[in-house]
Design a binder for this molecule. Sequence first.
Ligand code: NAD
Length: 375
Amino acid sequence: SRTKYNQQQLKRVVGALQLPEIIFGAAALSSIYNEDSHLSGFTPVRTVRLALRYGINAFDTSAYYQQSEIVLGTALKALETDFPRSSYKLMTKCGRYGSTRADFDYSPTTIRASVQRSLKRLNTTYLDAVYLHDVEFIATQVGARVAGDPTLALNEKKAEYGLVEGEEGKVWGEGDQKILDALAELRKMQDEGIVKAVGITGYPLPTLLRLALLALHTPPYKPLDVLLSYSHLMLQNTAFAEFAPHFRDRAKISQLLTASPLNMGLLTPKPPAWHPASQELRDAAKQASSTCAQWDGGLPNVAVGFSFRKANELSVPTVVGLSNPREVHENVRVWREICEGKEEKELERLAQEQEVLKVFDNLKGWSWASPPSKL
Ligand code: NAD
């Protein structure tokens, strides 16, 4: 039987950029997550149109996500009569173009060229946000690499990351300076009106916080406008909740975003082969999937529900990868249950969550090395 969906728009907005609570993650519109055949037909247009109809009117992509910017740009072009450029926000990234260190280039010339190429691919004259993509690959590393040891929670040894009060704003080396120079180029493009908001993305939270403080304590002493964290506000790891007040109060960032409620596809029936999680974490995800097999929507719905509720508590939007209309419908349905829901349904959901959380009990807060130690 077909599920009936409530097609009313989501109306709430969060943060300085006035973003919808669900943001369209367009890495799913690339062969990182999907087959090429799926991306050249009508599916992307139908998926993007449905999202816009629901009020999911902000998109996250990157120059690194293979054909994502082109597929998204083409879909938005096809829909421009009903949805003009002013009706949605576009966020992309620059500086990362592949999987090895050699595929990163933060030089101001490349940063500018990359933004200009994104403008063309997305058929637009301005971008609502541009991030430096995965800054930890460029940042200067000092001392023990906390994120490199999967047995440690990311939050430990904060002092080694320069997070001690009064230590803010120290350039640790060449890598840090490259990040500051790339940010300065993005700020120029902001002055030119091409880019509305400037920020960073990455995995290890202590590094993100250290760099956000570095930006604030270095001329022109401006806080970052936006920061995107991923895989840190989901069933198995909620470290972002602890960092959010630091990003807001100390680093003065007015728009935070969290991405990957499904831990980059790990909490779906088909985890991607490239996923950086350890075998233990993969095994636990598989077990969680079978725990939920009989429930409406399975593990993905429990997982996005958990992340939406946490994000709602922190007033941050969630960027979720969407590749087809069914995923759009399902994610909106779960959002409604959480944010506009009925108490009985909520109690059932909380009971299901407890079952799944038990599976991850011994792996709670575990992370993986980023950048990977072999790079
Ligand atoms: P995710 O956790 O959102 O999972 C996405 C995967 O789950 C996709 O394959 C999608 O097709 C699938 N999916 C979505 N809903 C589903 C459902 N109901 N049932 C089954 N499968 C479902 O991971 P993500 O896509 O990596 O993260 C979301 C977005 O955040 C990305 O698309 C990207 O835009 C952004 N992101 C940025 C960074 C970064 O800047 N470093 C890192 C990760 C993600």
